[in-house]
Design a protein around this ligand. Structure first.
Ligand code: FES
Length: 143
């Protein structure tokens, strides 16, 4: 089961750009391709855990800012050493001007633990607001 989480607005990412996105104690990177598609990967380089969203994005590749290793952000594939381990990827889409990322339910549960997870009719995890309310909201993303 996956849940669509709002990472940012589409306008928050330039074409051929990236943005860091933190959620549930983990960090991710969302990318906007030259043709306005969006993608999401784990946020830390698999070589030495540098934030990959700080790297240079050219076409469909992101270059790590530390040692210039590169990844294809569409597949997560390491395309230039030193990284030899691929980045994990997550489904992403644009809906209503927002970039949404699909995460496994386990990532959502890390927010506050399974006993604090409650479902609402809204269909979206709302991170900080939900934490402030002491609950996590999940919706079907069918809006
Ligand atoms: S930390 Fe990314 S290539 Fe070395």
């Amino acid at each position: 089961m996956t849940n669509w989480i709002r990472a940012c607005g589409l306008d928050d990412i330039e074409q051929e750009g990236a943005r860091r996105f933190d959620h549930g104690g983990r960090t991710y990177a969302v990318f906007r391709s030259p043709d306005d598609e969006v993608f999401c990967t784990d946020g830390l380089c698999t070589h030495e855990a540098v934030h990959i969203a700080d790297g240079l994005v050219i076409d469909y590749e992101v270059e790590c800012p530390k040692h210039a290793g590169a990844f294809d952000y569409r597949t997560g594939a390491a395309t230039r050493p030193p990284p030899c381990i691929n980045l994990r990827t997550y489904p992403a889409k644009v809906e209503g001007g927002s970039v949404l990322v699909a995460m496994p339910i386990a990532a959502v549960r890390r927010l506050r633990g399974p006993s604090d997870l409650s479902l609402t009719a809204l269909g979206q995890v709302t991170g900080r607001q939900a934490s402030a309310l002491g609950q996590t909201q999940i919706t079907t993303a069918s809006r």
